[in-house]
Design a protein around this ligand. Structure first.
Ligand SMILES: *Cc1c(COP(=O)(O)O)cnc(C)c1O
Length: 356
């Protein structure tokens, strides 16, 4: 049976990415060797990482003065690398969920942290808007898409200080005004590649301003000066990332991806809003994530949650169980998710509702 993969991360990848990666595992760039057993210093792999960085720059319109890095350690390592490298005395953070909280916790190790607003009291079901970012902070950190709660900020905030953003789960789904940012980071396993590599886009001028010593591996300047090759980079995920980036470019780049993402999310949210059985957990349409759609059964149907998961499974739908901190269901509609799979989910919801 055809599977429809709604996992939140690691998550669906394009067939182009998976097939080309599988081919390279058997025979990489006609070397007669596997991608798994070649030197990261070989000219063939150097070409891969160079092309991947160039495509990130092209797709996201990264201006001069910024570096694109491919690092290990996941987005979680960036929670500490960002303040290690960029926090002089004080930074502002927006608390929109679990990941934001983890970033805040690490930043506090390095300096004063001003949490300008939080929606914790409402279990992060909305994006706080009524806050001001003090002018004396080194940067303002926010999470563009809250993977667990299904909320998203799809505009680069207008503040007077440089921005830093965790874009792990919605990078490549909208155009970004990179000039507003000192740093952007994104773990690959939501919209790009298998787990193991994190994209970091960092502004040259933002580096070198802190007094503290920084361990070599945690210093962005190390990776900038060595082109992400200070140590052995995650070769396979970087190769896969290149495939996805090529695929994105062939499709028509970010505008086309965004158009498709908006259409998929709209179809599913409409189905939820029209339903008498299902209800969205994020009520303000403006705050709804187009990447992770969270919904639950209305209280009178609560006992049908498990039966619905089983019903969906029987139609090939995988990975819609909600995160334990929200419950219910979460359908992740990353870039590689086709509209046909979203329609299969919508049909399953309608048929299940009719039958019950
Ligand atoms: C998944 C996720 C993370 C954690 O990424 P790791 O690569 O597991 O460290 C951080 N932030 C956001 C927004 C995420 O979705």
């Amino acid at each position: 049976m055809k599977k429809h993969n709604f996992y939140a991360g690691p998550s669906i990848l394009s067939q182009y990415t998976i097939k080309n990666t599988a081919d390279a595992v058997l025979n990489f760039a006609d070397t007669g060797l596997s991608l798994l057993e070649i030197s990261h210093r070989s000219k063939e792999f150097q070409a891969v990482i160079d092309k991947a960085a160039a495509l990130v720059k092209e797709l996201l319109n990264v201006p001069e003065g910024y570096h694109v890095l491919f690092l290990g350690g996941g987005a979680s390592l960036q929670f500490c690398m960002v303040p290690f490298n960029l926090l002089k005395t004080k930074a502002a953070y927006l608390d929109t969920g679990t990941w934001a909280n983890k970033a805040i916790k690490e930043a506090k190790i390095f300096g004063e942290v001003d949490v300008v607003a939080s929606s914790k009291d409402a279990n992060y079901t909305f994006i706080p808007k009524d806050y001001t970012v003090p002018a004396d902070v080194d940067y303002f950190h926010y999470t563009t898409n809250n993977t667990i709660y299904g909320t998203e900020i799809r505009r680069d905030p207008d503040v007077k200080v440089p921005l830093v953003a965790d874009m792990s789960s919605d990078i490549f789904s909208r155009e970004i005004d990179i000039r507003k940012y000192d740093a952007i980071y994104a773990g690959a396993q939501k919209n790009l590649a298998p787990a193991g590599v994190t994209i970091v886009i960092v502004k040259e001028d933002a580096l070198g301003h802190v007094d503290r010593p920084i361990p070599t591996m945690l210093d962005y300047r190390t990776h900038v000066s060595k082109g992400s090759m200070f140590n052995t980079p995650p070769v396979l995920p970087i190769y896969s990332a290149l495939q996805t980036l090529e695929y994105y470019k062939q499709l028509g780049g970010i505008p086309e991806l965004e158009k498709r993402d908006l259409a998929k999310a709209k179809a599913l949210y409409n189905a939820i809003d029209e339903s008498k059985m299902f209800v969205g957990t994020v009520t303000n349409p403006e705050d709804r994530s187009i990447m992770n759609v969270c919904f639950v059964m209305r209280p009178e149907y609560q006992e049908l949650e498990k039966p619905f998961i089983d019903f969906a499974t029987s139609r090939g739908i995988v990975g819609i169980k909600g995160h334990r901190s929200v419950g219910g269901f979460r359908a992740s509609l990353y870039n590689a998710m086709p509209m046909e799979s979203v329609q299969v989910l919508i049909d399953a919801m309608k048929d299940f509702e009719k039958a019950n």
